[in-house]
Design a protein around this ligand. Sequence first.
Ligand code: ADP
Ligand code: ZN
Length: 818
Amino acid sequence: MHYFLDVVLPIPLERLFTYSISKAEADFLQVGMRVAVPFGKSKIYTAVAYNIHNNAPTAYDAKEIYQILDEAPLVNAYQLKHWEWIAKYYMCTLGEVVRSALPSAFLLESETLILPNKNNTVNDLELKDDEFLVYEALQHQTALKIGEISSIVDKKNVLPLVNRLVQKGVVLQKEELYEQYRPKLVRYVKLAEAYSSEEKLEELLHTIARAKKQSQVVLSFFQLQARTKKPISITDLEKESGGSKAVIKALIDKSILEEYFIRTDRIVHTSEKSRKTITLNPYQTEAFEAINFNFTNKKPVLLHGVTSSGKTEVYIKLIEQYIQEGKQSLYLLPEIALTSQLINRLRDYFGEKVAIYHSKYSIQERVEVWNNVLENKEKAQIVIGARSSLFLPFSNLGLIVVDEEHESSFKQFDPNPRYHARDAALVLAAYHNANCILGSATPSIESMDNVKKGKYGYAHIQYRYGDVVMPDITLVDIKEATRKKRMKGHFSETLFNAITETLEEGEQVILFQNRRGFAPIVECTTCGNVPQCPNCDVSLTFHKHRNQLRCHYCGYHMALQLSCLACGNVTLDMKGLGTEQIQEELQEFFPESTIGRMDLDTTRGKYAYEKIITAFEQQEMDILVGTQMVTKGLDFRNVSLVGIMNADSLLNFPDYRAHERSFQLLTQVAGRAGRTKKRGKVLIQTYNPYHQILQQVTTNNYDKMFDEQYYEREQFKYPPLARIIKLTLKDKDYNKLNEASEWFASSLQNVLLGHQVLGPEYPPVARIRRDYLKSILIKANRKQSIAQTKNSIKRIEKSFNAISKYKSVRLVYNVDHI
Ligand code: ADP
Ligand code: ZN
């Protein structure tokens, strides 16, 4: 009897591959274990075992596997089932899902690049012979492929060897060189070394005795130390001593106290007793009960709670129930941006049970969380994460929370699988027989539609927590203000005066500028030329601090020229208004104030994002100017004014969701204002104050927004009233692309009867990274099976792939969310 193994290779090929295995291997192997296998002429891949059987493949001779890499499955049956659903639904291959689901450390292959770890001093006596060979080779070469390591040690299978080297810190995988996300740092203080002896200490107290405030801080420091035996954060010291940050800073400057940092996710919360308990207010309690009622019927629930209504507390109460039953919970967030504030809040209640999972975490950290979840460990009972945490090996999932469910960043746009994490979460919850709660202050049209259709339960919180009133939102007509000459630069007098007043009261301001359509460009006033990206169909944008023109799509950049590249005249003019320009203009108006900026540029570096948020939280900044990033669910206590520089570019964006998104975004930004006792103020500058969406934002009228948008979707056949699939074709050859997309569109038209096939059409940006793009939109009739429609499309794709002249054309599918 012969034994065979079907595996999933992490590559974009549709089918499984069959290898031959021995009887012993067949007995040992379980589905979900990894195996190293040869592929093609000389490649090695890590693949996932999928099926063990006795049927030899008919089309080819099965090769033998190299080795089994795991003692127990790394992937469980729930995951495989879910990944197959993702592949089918989002029209990609199971291999692509595997590639994206498993941390790259689990997927070593012949092409993986291995580099020396320069930060680690290696004791070569501790290395085995083959390890030493690799170590030595890397002293002379900057990088080695796994395949090359194979020939160095003269062994076919070197993955276990490389794994050992990675674990010993001798080598790094290429991916690890990328910038790594670090969670928020907390500032702590300790007494400087110099004062560790009794005498020195007495001397110190003597010398600062006359500086009353300083000695109070030092005394408080000792009291805290005696009481808690834990690190003392600056915030705690401030509270205990009643001294200000300035006094603490003075002590640090004098080298009496020393400052140090600990990552919030590394702080150990030991004492069970110090944990907070939550008492829900009556509105929260009502919502909580409605949610649980629906959960008993296994219905997902939409929690629609206004900004600052305390949705997080409701989630925490829910999670508590599952913890008590010993079940796992997953808390999905749309962006890392939100995690640091949330981690702290959850750790306050659940201490060490909270793990964080994010694609920007280092490979080691991700592997650690993966294993903890796999083994159902206590310390990974609650996982907070971005969309990739859906792929973790949960075996006992009780609850999934999808926070800010309306956020478009739950959708992965590139590469495959192009899935929507909220929708995939609902499926995952169903497989586990778990419950799922979607929360938002501005629910997506789809989710609200599902509520109305009775598919989801519904819970509503209409009031902010702690009797805080909703912010007062006012529209400012800048057309009118410009006509009456009531503008100061880009600020209407109304906004300008409001900023002045807020600063005078010692409160903080957030100013929002839309990222799109406002990037500054350079235009020649003589010939009208605007420098374009040579690879993409867009203008280059001006980045002042580097004095560069850059492309936002491909990263192309060039130094700013003094004269026009087209006509040579020295008549260049800046157009557009980015966050950087606003920050500058403000600094001139308010020279005394500290003005920070949060956008793609300022959040690139290590810790950058955390630093800005922490500085703003700690009120080291008066005004924060930012793009979309400042709108997310951040909870700042001292912000009483939010200004929106210009709402129009949001509304005018050519996308059927533009109005829904504008409503969500503006309501969310507004929600950052006045989250404590005092009523917050929001000013929205616009040329178009009668726009219905702006009216709906100011009156907080979600229902009206929903009805109008729903009507429009009905008229134009967009989700949730039709299902849409967008197919984008890409090629470097313009003519070939046109021909290929015509071929595809007409085939679709012939086959997909009863559905609408629109295009091929050039998208708004029709060339990216030297590729021309064309897209075809399929609006599927809801009455026909979408699975069948997708099968038909896939069949056309097969015929398309068989046409040799179209070989270079690449296809991208986006399902539901385009
Ligand atoms: P949302 O997520 O709905 O915008 P949050 O959960 O951030 O609102 O709550 C707003 C503020 O109110 C937070 O600072 C939170 O700690 C506080 N809060 C909400 N509910 C409670 C509660 N039951 N007990 C104590 N504080 C609460
Ligand atoms: Zn470009």
